[in-house]
Design a protein around this ligand. Structure first.
Ligand code: ARG
Length: 458
């Protein structure tokens, strides 16, 4: 009698602790669907190549159909003793269809099997994530559209810099999530290559047809070196890096939402369904969702480092270390997927308070640059204009007034080039409208950008 599921080679069973330590079934069972998909494609090829009979293939198909049903119905018995998802399914298949089940693993190893499974799984996850990124971008476009003319102060160093339009600010994130989508799609190209056929590490002695399997599974190509195929997880690392960047963008946006919702700032409100209260302070309404997203970014960054570290010390080819790739990868997918879904929804739950934004933009001399530009257009070198306006701002700070509160005579004291039309550039509307070029904050440009993005998003 065999001591363990995989081999008669062993003379004593592993301890329960070792069994639990080495098993992965409780987290890799989520690969069941793609594992079956991969096995069916492999069996189809084996039959095509006359490595197994058509009857065996039919039996495998039948058995796998039942296994799928059992899993879907929650009736499949996952056994720790059978280590991982692959052995669990293969064992059940053999119970159901006998020798045909035992022939499935011909010309294959769990090493190329698991690498294939992860790629199939990740390809699906990337497609879902790209769909969610699109939804988020559409939701942000809608928000931007409602606020092409809403003015708020733009900040650098968290100090009031220049007036901007809120729509323009929101579109900055639409750009970021657009590049994130490109990164995901680019990563997908390298995910979508077939490891099967590499077998354990060196290939197989059977007359397999790898291109046939690749075509069945929708892979663009086969991995062209068997050692590389089973041992590298760079595609998963690349995905985690792309995911970390998505989360980084989400986190920056979250930080802004939290600041904007603070009563001290009061630029926005977030719908109650995304916030929670305090168990002690009755007045509280906390922006939990953005705060948690900011926090979860750390966890996703951690997964990226975990995978990089997992890989760096491994000699070729497969090592069991690689079993540790799954939990970080799955958690990255889950965290990112949930976060994007919730943010796409939350974008529609943001109430903007234009008066508060406007009041803030009127403080802090946001139009000082406009005054300097005005003087330049009247012939003053920019550095001199900068200095003249700096003196004017200093005067206003001392007097606790705004630049636009000064009379024409007072302004002339800082530069004789100032005329009555100066007040047009000192207004918030004049300031934003003047930045009317591609990429600028003018409402006209924001509308053009929205139209362009809508067209791109289809
Ligand atoms: N559960 C393993 C993993 O996730 C499958 C491959 C195991 N291969 C082996 N020779 N032990 O990587």
């Amino acid at each position: 009698k065999k001591a363990e599921a995989w081999s008669a080679r062993f003379s004593e069973p592993v301890s329960d602790l070792v069994k639990r330590y080495t098993a992965s079934v409780f987290f890799d069972k989520r690969l069941a669907e793609v594992d079956i998909q991969g096995s069916l494609a492999h069996a189809d090829m084996l039959a095509h190549q006359n490595i197994i009979t058509a009857e065996d293939y039919a039996a495998i198909q039948k058995g796998m159909a039942q296994i799928k049903e059992e899993i879907a119905a929650g009736k499949f018995l996952w056994l720790l003793d059978l280590e991982d998802v692959h052995l669990n399914i293969e064992k059940r298949l053999t119970e159901l269809v006998g020798d045909a089940g035992k022939r499935l693993h011909t010309g294959r190893s769990r090493n190329d099997q698991v690498a294939t499974d992860i790629r199939l799984y990740l390809r699906g996850a990337i497609d879902d994530i790209c769909g969610l990124l699109r939804e988020l971008r559409l939701a942000l476009l809608t928000l931007a559209e409602q606020h092409t003319d809403t003015i708020l102060p733009g900040f650098t160093h968290m100090q009031v810099a220049q007036p901007i339009t809120f729509g323009h600010h929101v579109l900055a994130y639409v750009e970021m999530f657009g590049r994130d989508t490109e990164r995901m799609q680019d990563c997908r190209k390298r995910v979508n290559r077939l490891p099967l056929g590499a077998a354990a590490l060196a290939g197989t002695t059977f007359p397999i047809d790898r291109h046939h399997v690749a075509a069945t599974l929708g892979f663009d190509d086969v991995c062209r070196n068997s050692l590389d195929a089973v041992s590298d997880r760079d595609f998963a690392i690349e995905f985690c890096a792309a995911a970390a960047l998505v989360m980084t963008h989400i986190s920056r946006m979250s930080e802004e939402l939290v600041i904007w919702m603070s009563p001290r700032v009061g630029f926005i409100d977030i719908a109650d369904r995304f916030c929670t209260g305090s168990s002690i302070m009755p007045q509280k309404k906390n922006p939990d969702v953005p705060e948690l997203a900011r926090g979860k970014t750390g966890r996703v960054n951690g997964h990226l480092i975990a995978l990089l570290t997992l890989m760096k010390g491994q000699p070729l080819a497969y090592n069991k270390d690689n079993q540790e790739d799954k939990e970080p990868l799955f958690d990255t997918v889950d965290t990112l997927t949930d976060t994007l879904r919730i943010f796409a929804d939350m974008a529609g739950g943001i109430t903007v308070k234009p008066e508060a934004m406007r009041a803030a933009a009127l403080q802090g001399y946001a139009t000082a640059t406009d005054l300097a530009d005005y003087l330049v257009k009247r012939g003053l070198p920019f550095r001199d204009a900068h200095e003249a306006v700096a003196l004017a701002v200093r005067h206003c700070v001392d007097q606790s007034i705004d630049l636009s509160d000064m009379t024409l005579e007072q302004l002339k004291a800082f530069s004789p080039l100032v005329e009555a039309d100066v007040f047009e550039v000192l207004t918030l509307e004049g300031s934003v409208a003047a930045r009317d070029h591609i990429g600028g904050t003018a409402p006209r440009q924001v509308r053009l950008a929205i139209a362009y993005l809508r067209e791109q998003l289809g």
